[in-house]
Design a protein around this ligand. Sequence first.
Ligand code: BG6
Length: 517
Amino acid sequence: MTPDEHNGPACNIGMERKLTEPCSIIIFGASGDLTARKLIPALYHLFKDQLMPPAFRIIGFARREKTDDSWRQELRAALEEFSRTKPVDEKVWGDFAANLSYCRGDLTDAAAYDALEKKLSGFQSQPLRRNLLFYLATQPSQFGVVIEKLHDSHLLSHDGHPGWQRLVVEKPFGHDLQSAHSLNGELTRFAQERQVFRIDHYLGKETVQNILMFRFSNSIFEKLWNRNSVEYVQITVSERLGVGERGGYYEEAGALRDMVQNHILQVLALIAMEPPVSLEAESVRDEKVKLLKSIRPLRPADVARQVVRGQYFAGVVNGEPRPGYRQEPKVKTDSNVETYVALKLLIDNWRWSDVPFYLRTGKNLPMSASEVRIRFRPTPSVLFAAQCEHKLDPNALTLRLQPNEGISLRFNGKVPGLSVGVRPVRMHFSYDSEFGAYTPEAYERLLLEAVAGDATLFIRRDEVETAWQIVDSIRAGWSGKALSNREFYAAGTWGPVAADDLLAQSGHAWHEPLVIA
Ligand code: BG6
């Protein structure tokens, strides 16, 4: 086979090299963790890979006293730890850091925004002064005031004239439908919805994006992607880490709000949605919203049957002793917050009617892995009945989102030899072996898209609110009830037994995420 026949031509649909105009990126809450851990390393790598606009500036805005130089030094030190490529390239860093400056100010102080405006108007070129990406890495309770002040100081305008202005906002995006609704109201008071880019870092993951490519660029799978062929779908996002230092946040969130409302429902929407009419942001997001709206609403009685929550107690994860959730710092000793949740959802549409979608996520589980497993219906076992004690293993397709990113297909094959034995075998595709180790951080992709003005990978207002509706109905079903004994699990195990019962009712079982050596 020639290399071309083997690899086939690549079709670049323009996701890689976006046309980006010169702009300034202003990070509010710049002295926080996110800036040092994620944002600056991502921007540094975009610059290194020559994906940043031809001219750009990055301004950190925060309350702490710092100079441009001391901020740069801090970020350089953090890059040492958080950069995905080592060692840091000093020449690249030097050129990149020349574009960084710091603006000290209180988020509520109008004078600080005047200083910011003054700094921006000192930039030579018009696009650097008027193409503005405001990254709100602050508490959501501060979004409203930041946007109001930006508007008052004429840095943010509804129609983005002249140039463009965009707002990038981080989760948590509300804590229920009502709060998300009012947060959306604050965001769109002085900006249009199309100027708002709500981040869900899962959408920046290479493999999550690949769901769309995989589904809609292969005719063989899409034909099977429906109730006629699929018996059930499992989405697992398991984490080996416990809550650790984040007890304060977690007490307000819990696994349902922290992971299901956003990341898991997003993955579900991409897996189950109809083909969009184009890859434009609105077409893709229309289909995701349509899918989320087709999820059968859960009444309290359904929650009791279809949702299992859990909380870890002390145990051992990978040989390391872990405290129970109630012993973690800043956690109430009688907390009922869930660190694990498993649920069965049904999608009331033509394609998926009666196909269970099982979702689960938890902290302090035996491994960190995210995957989607599509389990196909079994064949009638007449032909091999005599040879197989049990029914033949049905086919399964696994999209490995992380780690060992790739796709695996399980099918049955003959065991070599003179007897007629049949057993499941697997075919694995791995990103690393096919394309080499290229794993850009989700934030690199997302920042690039925001600078380019493509909102496909960001969450639209109606998506957020529809997802909250689903989560709120589950919380209403729990209605402040304390956890029962069956809802606890030892750290280092796969969650409470009740989660196994949830699937056993339908004759199904959870599958451990695939580990590819
Ligand atoms: C975050 C959650 O949004 O996602 C964390 O707040 C969680 O609790 C994290 O650990 C998981 O992300 P990833 O990329 O490590 O799977």
